[in-house]
Design a protein around this ligand. Structure first.
Ligand code: FAD
Ligand code: NAP
Length: 324
């Protein structure tokens, strides 16, 4: 039977932003509820080494970091819900969110921390061969390509990390990028170029993923050279699309202001949306930095602002009662 869950602070999303908001919100006595969504722990659960989250001298693992964050949030009083929000009513506080099983979540304040999801190229064969040679997560699927030939498409940190990671399984890794320089951090580029098991194909776009959806799966990719217009074909057993992420904001379309890329708009320097009592933090509102530590930082800001919002409202209500 569908249940209604009430809280002073409803948080949608369980990545670094949502869990940091939960830690601060719980410690401020707001008894937050976190609705975890389809990816409990968020994007860091699909990576391995994390070397830039402060506080750890040695390399840590993304899934481990997120387990620790969740444990900390629960330890201070957060309620974690295995649910995904499919509908939302933002017309006034309490804000009402509906889970995919019909449960209702009512929050006096709402923290949106739905992060981002992998982008796809949108070319023929990609969708049809998804899970049959085409993937967006090397750490999830790289193991299936032990001893085989793989390609990674993209030129950012994710693509370079995926290519490096895949060398653990594959002796033949090719990075395919649409330009002649990478946007990944220099330290990652240095590692990539130094690795003998990785080749780079510059100035190439993917026209089509080729293969047999019924049997062999992916067998290769048709490419075009962006400089010469020349077309070519590369044979491969696996292709990892790593061209970035898009904000998960479909739920808020026509309900909250967003920019052309779908990122939620907030008051500059704050997590405040245009609706009082609703805050956005992490990758869902940040198209510039998109790091675990910045997501955690804005999650903290969202919780502090939510607490201030409720304190001001409670004070105003108490004053009205006293004056009546
Ligand atoms: P996310 O981590 O994207 O979490 C979003 C959450 O929202 C998820 O829990 C999801 O289930 C939930 N959600 C979405 N929609 C709904 C819904 N409708 N209902 C309920 N819940 C919902 N950053 C670093 O600082 N260092 C790194 O080494 C690093 N490595 C990375 C490696 C990879 C492969 C990737 C993809 C990213 C990496 N990043 C790294 C970036 C970092 O992971 C993100 O910046 C960070 O996770 C953003 O946190 P977030 O909480 O905003 O969102
Ligand atoms: P990103 O930085 O946005 O890079 C996306 C890459 O894909 C770019 O090289 C882009 O090419 C390419 N691309 C985009 N659309 C394409 C298309 N249609 N066809 C072909 N190529 C396309 O995304 P990201 O690498 O996923 O990183 C996202 C954020 O997470 C970044 O802020 C990053 O710093 C962070 N992150 C950090 C770490 C880390 O700190 N170790 C690891 C992973 C991710 P162009 O260069 O030509 O635009």
């Amino acid at each position: 039977m569908a249940t209604t869950h009430k809280t002073r602070m409803l948080i949608i999303g369980s990545g670094p932003a949502g869990l940091s908001a939960a830690i601060y919100g719980a410690r401020a006595g707001m008894e937050p509820i976190v609705v975890q969504g389809l990816q409990p722990g968020g994007q860091l659960t699909i990576t391995t080494d994390v070397e830039n989250y402060p506080g750890f001298r040695d390399v840590i693992q993304g899934p481990w970091l997120m387990q620790e964050m969740q444990a900390q949030a629960e330890h201070v009083g957060t309620r974690m819900m295995w649910d995904t929000i499919v509908d939302i009513d933002l017309s006034g506080s309490p804000f009402r969110a509906t889970g995919d099983g019909g449960d209702i979540y009512e929050g006096d304040t709402l923290v949106i921390a739905t992060g981002a999801q992998a982008k796809w190229l949108g070319v023929p064969g990609e969708q049809e061969l998804g899970g049959k040679g085409v993937s967006a997560c090397a750490t999830c699927d790289g193991f299936f390509y032990r001893g085989k030939k793989v390609v990674v498409i993209g030129g950012g940190n994710t693509a370079v990390e995926e290519a490096l990671y895949l060398t653990n399984h594959s002796p033949d890794v090719t990075l395919i990028h649409r330009r002649d320089s990478l946007r990944a951090e220099k330290i990652l580029q240095d590692r990539l170029f130094a690795h003998k098991g990785i080749k780079v194909l510059w100035n190439k776009t993917v026209d089509r993923f080729v293969g047999d959806t019924g049997g062999a799966g992916l067998t290769g990719l048709d490419l075009t050279d962006t400089e010469t217009g020349e077309t070519s074909h590369i044979e491969t057993d696996g292709a990892f699309v790593a061209i970035g992420h898009a904000p998960a904001t479909e739920l808020f379309r026509d309900k909250l202001p967003m920019d052309a890329g779908g990122y939620l708009l907030v008051e500059p320097g704050t997590p405040r949306t245009s609706v009082p009592g609703i805050f956005a933090c992490g990758d869902v509102m940040d198209h510039v930095y998109r790091q675990a530590v910045t997501a955690a930082g804005t999650g903290c800001m969202a919780a502090l602002d939510a607490e201030r919002f409720l304190a001001a409202r409670d004070f105003a209500n108490a004053k009205d009662v006293a004056e009546a």
